[in-house]
Design a protein around this ligand. Structure first.
Ligand code: CTP
Ligand code: MG
Length: 230
């Protein structure tokens, strides 16, 4: 049995700014998407059989040419993404093979430096029987709930809070069922499984799995890459 990796890469990167869509922005001379593909391939225990990459409509051919040399023996499927991240994931999921896949990973192109151990931990937990698995790290800020007027409602106990990363891993049938339901307002795929009443398992994530969101994040990304290249 093998793993399929869905890579939502169709976002515009409005918070990052710049000319190109975020997934095609470069760090150390290579796009975030190329770094993400390389990172997934480094997780050899995941037994990757296929990548399904959701890209901005109209960039399919260019992205296929860009990624081809990095996919190696892993099948590379490209699909035009949708308006929201969940739309892009749903469209990509339609191309995941029906047979021979025991784990579907969903991994943001905007997280270029996830360590192989994290990816392998997620896949191992799915293979051990957890239907939905997410990598998490502790939160360092105090988090408060606020109302529309900006008044604090309450302060959840920080020791019970975690920040969620990708790749998230799923038993394939569950992920299909989750995306067939109501996806409105979902900011990750695990949330859709929670809506079905499915228990979502957490595993240890990594600070290196941070998401490139704002311009300063590119500086952190450059420094992680420089550290790895020495
Ligand atoms: N994504 C996608 N399709 C969308 C929106 C987002 O495939 N319609 C992808 C992005 O390309 C990214 C991941 O989902 O890899 C996480 O989204 P986010 O960090 O929000 O990226 P963007 O939506 O591109 O950025 P922004 O919200 O700042 O515009
Ligand atoms: Mg976005």
């Amino acid at each position: 049995m093998s793993t399929a990796a869905i890579i939502p890469a169709a976002g515009l990167g409005l918070r990052l700014g710049g000319e190109a869509p975020k997934a095609l922005r470069e760090v150390g001379g290579e796009s975030l998407l190329v770094h993400a593909i390389r990172g997934l391939r480094a997780a050899t225990a995941a037994d990757l059989a296929c990548f399904v990459v959701a890209v901005p409509p109209g960039t399919e051919d260019d992205v296929r040419k860009l990624l081809d040399p990095y996919a190696g023996p892993v099948a590379l499927l490209i699909v035009a993404g949708g308006a929201e991240r969940t739309d892009s994931v749903r469209l990509a999921l339609e191309l995941v093979p029906e047979h021979g896949i025991d784990c579907v990973l969903v991994h943001d192109a905007a997280r270029p430096f996830v360590p192989a151990e994290v990816i392998e931990r997620v896949v191992a937990a799915v293979r051990a029987g957890a239907p939905a698995v997410i990598p998490v790290v502790p939160v360092t800020d105090t988090i408060k709930r606020v109302d529309a007027a900006g008044l604090v409602v309450d302060t959840p106990d920080r020791s019970t809070l975690v920040a969620v990363q990708t790749p998230q891993g799923f038993e394939p049938t569950l992920l299909r069922r989750a995306h067939n339901g109501d996806t409105a307002g979902a900011t990750d795929d695990a949330m859709l499984c929670e809506r079905l009443g499915v228990a979502v398992q957490t595993v240890e994530g990594s600070q290196d799995a941070f998401k490139v969101t704002r311009p300063r994040d590119l500086i952190l990304a450059e420094s992680i890459l420089a550290e790895r290249r020495t």
